[in-house]
Design a protein around this ligand. Structure first.
Ligand code: PGA
Length: 250
């Protein structure tokens, strides 16, 4: 099964020239290996540039999408615009966007728009903290149920779910997640998906891990934790480190 390695460049780099330098570094060292999908999600501003410069071992992703399909939405980018720019993946529900007020209803609308354009949503979810009474599980269940409202069985298998515990993301990092913590949530997400859809869909759905992924822990999450892929922030901004993560999975 394909393993996804998704680079989330966030609000980096600060110029097209630097974006070119970073991407060239990745392209130069990227080996052709089966069963891996490398997706790069630059800021909107650099999508066309990355599209022109990338090779066919790299797929193009965006970091967000509008809740509206078209019309008067100052500063917004629609799923149709992304489709027409060659985007195949969109990160939705990242905790850094949720921190700016984005809730699961908004994320649900973004997922619906994205799926309509046959773009793969990468749905990020995860708790801010782990409490001993297990409330974080209720929180995650609620996130899944609301974000997937009105998403049909045939559509849901096209979604990638990325478990990103907020406490493990590099900027706010308290500590790294253990494989046991990832496995627990993976099983839990599959149970919720099974309740909403079916055991077969739960079996097929892909669950990625994100939060301080680096060359030393990448394989730990995919092999020992059984993650279907990784969402990489900080270490995707350094071509050498990003390639080391990719190569560590071989
Ligand atoms: P990080 O970011 O790898 O820098 O922790 C991951 C993310 O926020 O998607």
């Amino acid at each position: 099964m394909d393993k996804f390695i998704i680079a989330n460049w966030k609000m980096n780099p600060s110029s097209e020239k630097e974006a070119g330098f970073l991407l060239r570094g990745v392209i130069k060292n990227l080996k052709k290996v089966k069963n891996r999908k490398i997706v790069i999600c630059p800021p909107f501003l650099f999508l066309s540039f990355v599209k022109k410069m990338k090779n066919n071992l790299i797929e193009l992703g965006a970091q967000d999408v509008s809740t509206s399909e078209k019309g008067s939405q100052t500063g917004q980018i629609s799923a149709t615009m992304l489709k027409n720019t060659g985007v195949g993946y969109v990160i939705v529900g990242h905790s850094e966007r949720r921190a700016q007020g984005e809730n699961s209803e908004i994320i649900n609308q973004k997922i619906i728009n994205t799926l309509k354009q046959n773009i793969t949503p990468v749905l990020c979810l995860g708790e801010k903290e782990r409490d001993s009474s297990g409330n974080y599980l209720n929180y995650i269940e609620q996130e899944i149920r609301t974000c997937l409202l009105n998403v049909s069985s045939s559509q849901v298998e096209n979604i990638l779910i990325a478990y990103e515990p907020v406490w493990a993301i590099s900027d706010s990092k308290q500590r790294e997640a253990t494989k046991e913590e990832f496995i627990e949530i993976k099983i839990f997400i599959k149970k919720v998906i099974s309740d909403i859809y079916s055991p077969k869909i739960a079996h097929n759905i892909k669950i990625l891990y994100g939060g301080s992924v680096n060359k030393l822990n990448a394989k730990y999450y995919t092999e020992e934790g059984g993650a279907d892929g990784l969402l990489v922030g900080r270490d995707s901004l350094d071509a050498k480190k990003f390639i080391q993560i990719i190569d560590s999975l071989i």
